[in-house]
Design a protein. Structure first.
Length: 679
């Protein structure tokens, strides 16, 4: 590459070399000095330099920081006596120019007073009084803080980046001509795909042939593979481990669970917490305070060095770094446990939650109805015959209760006869003709007055409902003959999780449900909620949350379905569970539990509270360092060099302290029914 076109006198070489060095430092800032650069060499040469030097901002900052540290080390020990200038000037140029540029740009274009303004003032003041090492050190430590912040952010998003990289590029599809390899992005809903052991699953789909175990750890945080057989759901980006699978694609492209999570990751990286903006406001306040303190020290002591020292120690580096590093570390730690947090704002809000509102169906319970009991109240019919007639009556039903009864009858080996007539009475029950008999199912369909006449049946229904079961009386040809109960089984990890949440400070846990009061209270007592609100429509859940907020409560909402979206959006913190593969829009929630394990909640809230405490400690610590150093500077105990070491050493401490959140495990706050079953 022709770096030095034209004449090559020593003077010209020196000038052009200087421009090239400036390019290394100022790659992101060409718009400021490009006209001057054209004087040194041609546009073609400039473009070649840009091509070779344009690296990532993180890499550039790291490289310049390392070089700055080396030359400052040499300057401190006077290892370059033959040079006509202090080698610390190199650190000033490499690390200081970007800071000064950022400060000037912010002031000129947006009048935005940031931490860079104070650092730039301290740097320039140190240069004016001849403290070149102090000036280079201020710039170097500030850049070192940025490097550490980049490292923290990089580690915190390591698992997120792994998630993005899991997007499969190729897929094997079954066609009339045989198997064919295609780009995974070209797969369509309904396609039959073949996934062999060791391959990533290219789409969301259903297994139609084969069985295997699938590693879903990157997306759900589950430590062991999940068994998949015919009818099982599989998700894009997870790894097939053992047998070959044939999958019918159900969600492809941007609709897949992996792409949903990638969009969530992007939101997490782009959003900024309100507490970060508070820190920015503090930085803007500190600029005039710092200038006033420096001026006061100068006026009182008549010592310009003490005033410059005050400016150096007042640089709010640690204050600005206190929040984002802790937030990024918390988000990364949560991700490793299968919890995706959209933003630092969600971390902050979750740390203040004192009330948890929980949906019942699919959240505290499995969301799958099962037949629990069959009670015969009339000796004229046997249990099997009763089940056969009820299953026949429900044969054409699309209601979850009807499907649960039919599935139970099939599992019991009962032959189901197609009904001769069928009527679904919305909100009441089913009336059908089976084997010449009129079968009526449901309390309202039969008539509560008629049921009340049968005291035994009425007592049985009340007893069963008190256990949290839905009781369905059955009449054949107008005679009440039996009761079938269905129930949504409680999640095994729910009672322990809610007990841990109470122990952690959530003194109010409210269950919201559309079920009737009796069933809802029975479930609530078993799981350990403090309050039950039943018979609610979606808008009723929203009103309940608003009422709690009006009482001064900070409310988190945990839900799992589309019907919960309004409530999730209304709550201070919306948490959606089982987000992987779910049709629910995670846009309404702030946090997503990738699996359907409520046992991850205690860890989530404990992590957020720990993060908030860490941020507060960081801010208090940084301000203590600042004001303590100001006093020492006023008495002349600190000079610009030692002040930079003390103050900016605090910045490094803050970043490292935040990064320790990456090591937080909280194993005692994770309740997994999978782990319990393995034990």
């Amino acid at each position: 590459m022709d770096f030095l076109p034209g004449r090559t006198s020593s003077n010209t070489v020196f000038k052009r070399f200087g421009v090239i060095v400036l390019d290394v430092v100022m790659v992101p800032y060409y718009d400021v000095y490009t006209p001057w650069g054209y004087m040194a060499y041609s546009e073609v040469t400039r473009m070649n330099i840009v091509k070779h030097l344009r690296v990532s901002e993180e890499t550039r900052t790291l490289a310049l920081t390392i070089v700055s540290g080396i030359v400052l080390f040499a300057s401190f020990f006077k290892w370059t006596p033959s040079l006509p200038f202090d080698i610390a000037w190199i650190a000033i140029a490499l690390s200081g120019i970007p800071i000064v540029y950022g400060a000037i740009k912010g002031l000129v274009t947006e009048f935005d007073v940031t931490a860079d303004v104070l650092v730039a003032i301290a740097l320039i003041a140190s240069v004016i009084v001849g403290e070149y090492f102090a000036a280079g050190e201020v710039a170097f430590i500030m850049q070192l803080g940025k490097v550490l912040e980049d490292v923290t952010a990089g580690k915190s998003h390591k698992s997120l980046q792994a998630l993005i990289k899991l997007t499969p590029q190729k897929a094997w599809i079954r066609t009339p001509e045989g198997e064919k390899e295609i780009p995974a992005s070209e797969a369509k809903s309904g396609d039959i795909l073949i996934v062999r052991p060791g391959q990533a699953i290219p789409v969301d789909g259903l297994v139609i042939r084969g069985s295997s175990s699938v590693d879903q750890s990157v997306m759900t945080g589950e430590s062991l593979p999940v068994e998949k057989t015919e009818g099982s759901e599989v998700f894009q980006g997870t790894i097939n481990q053992e047998g070959a699978l044939e999958i019918r694609a159900t969600s492809v492209g941007q609709d897949s669970s992996l792409q949903k999570m990638i969009r969530l990751v992007e939101e997490a990286e782009e959003n900024k917490a309100p507490i970060v903006r508070i820190a920015d406001k503090w930085a803007r306040l500190l600029v005039p305070v710092a200038l006033a303190c420096a001026a006061a020290i100068w006026i009182i002591t008549k010592d310009v060095y003490r005033a410059v020292t005050a400016l150096v120690v007042f640089c709010p580096c640690s204050l600005i770094l206190a929040t984002p590093t802790a937030m990024m570390a918390a988000i990364g730690t949560a991700t490793k446990r299968g919890i995706l947090i959209k933003s630092g704002a969600a971390v902050e809000a979750a740390s203040k939650v004192d009330t948890l509102v929980v949906d019942k169906t699919g959240t505290l319970t499995q969301g799958r109805l099962q037949v629990e009991e069959i009670v015969v109240v009339d000796g004229s019919i046997g249990r099997e015959e009763l089940l056969r007639k009820v299953a026949g009556a429900e044969r054409l039903s699309e209601h979850p209760i009807g499907k649960a009864i039919v599935a139970y009858a099939l599992a019991e080996g009962v032959s189901i006869i197609e009904p001769e007539a069928f009527e679904m009475q919305m909100g009441k029950g089913v009336v059908a003709k089976v084997e010449g008999c009129l079968v009526t199912i449901g309390e309202k369909a039969i008539g509560q007055e008629y049921i009340a006449l049968n005291s035994r049946a009425a007592q049985d229904i009340e007893r069963l409902q008190e256990k949290g079961k839905t009781a369905l009386p059955v009449a054949i040809d107008g005679t009440l003959v039996g009761i079938i109960t269905v129930a949504d089984s409680l999640r095994d990890d729910a009672p322990k999780a809610l007990a841990a949440l109470k122990a952690g400070g959530l003194d109010r846990i409210v269950m919201l449900t559309g079920d009737n009061e009796t069933v809802a209270r029975a479930i609530g007592e078993r799981v350990g909620v403090t309050e039950v609100r039943a018979s609610l429509l979606p808008e009723g859940k929203v009103d309940s949350i608003k009422n709690l907020q009006a009482e001064g409560r900070t409310v988190a909402m945990l839900g799992d379905g589309v019907n919960d979206a309004p409530a999730l959006a209304t709550a201070s913190v919306g948490i959606v569970m089982g987000a992987i593969g779910s049709d629910v829009s995670i846009e309404a929630a702030d946090i997503a539990l990738m699996s359907d394990e409520i046992g991850r909640l205690p860890f989530l809230f404990a992590l957020c509270r720990k993060t908030r405490r860490r941020i507060i400690f960081n801010i208090v610590f940084s301000m203590f360092i600042n004001f303590g150093a100001i006093i020492l500077a006023g008495f002349g105990i600190l000079n610009p060099v030692t002040a930079a070491l003390v103050h900016n050493g605090g910045s490094v401490f803050v970043v490292v302290n935040s990064a320790l959140l990456l090591a937080y495990r909280g194993d005692d706050l994770m309740f997994s029914r999978k782990e319990e079953s393995r034990a």
